[in-house]
Design a protein around this ligand. Structure first.
Ligand SMILES: [Zn+2]
Length: 161
């Protein structure tokens, strides 16, 4: 497989902030944010992250994780809760790139290819390959991924069958 050319990639595959916002738009269309803890739908759940999507963690590192707080149950959540991306330290943009790669090849993508093209440890790459295969068969994530692949910002990219 040829390495992806960053110049021709959609913005959300290379920019972490754009990747987060895309996932939120896909998971919560029309801004109807659903609390994954209690299921309350409220466009006015509190947004905790900075407007740009960038925040500093306690250790001073920049994170793009966009956090929300539920008006009803008061718990914090992000768009990743309940998805195959949850509880991994891998950036969302790399997940989207891995999904894109796994659809560019006929037989999906191997952990070795992910390791090489995303510049990540083999262990992370193996984890991603495993989760991606699992995610392709699952609803509603399968629907979510289809949405990501056929979105109009992503012309000419193969869709998930
Ligand atoms: Zn809630």
């Amino acid at each position: 497989m040829k390495p992806p050319d960053p110049a021709t990639l959609p913005k959300y595959l290379s920019e972490e902030a754009a990747a987060w916002e895309l996932l939120e738009r896909l998971r919560w269309p029309e801004g109807k944010i659903v609390c994954p803890h209690c299921g309350v739908i409220d466009a006015a759940h509190y947004f905790i992250g900075a407007r740009s999507g960038e925040r500093k963690t306690r250790t001073g590192a920049i994170t793009y994780r966009r956090l929300w707080r539920c008006r009803e149950c008061r718990k914090q959540f992000s768009v990743l809760v309940g998805t195959i991306f949850e509880s991994s330290k891998i950036p969302v943009s790399k997940w989207l790139l891995a999904m894109w790669m796994s659809n560019a090849g006929k037989n999906g993508v191997s952990a070795l290819e992910l390791q090489r093209h995303l510049g990540i440890a083999y262990q992370s790459a193996w984890f991603m390959a495993h989760r991606l295969r699992e995610g392709m068969t699952r609803k509603p994530l399968a629907t979510l991924l289809t949405g990501a692949i056929v979105s109009d910002e992503c012309q000419g990219t193969p869709r998930i069958a």
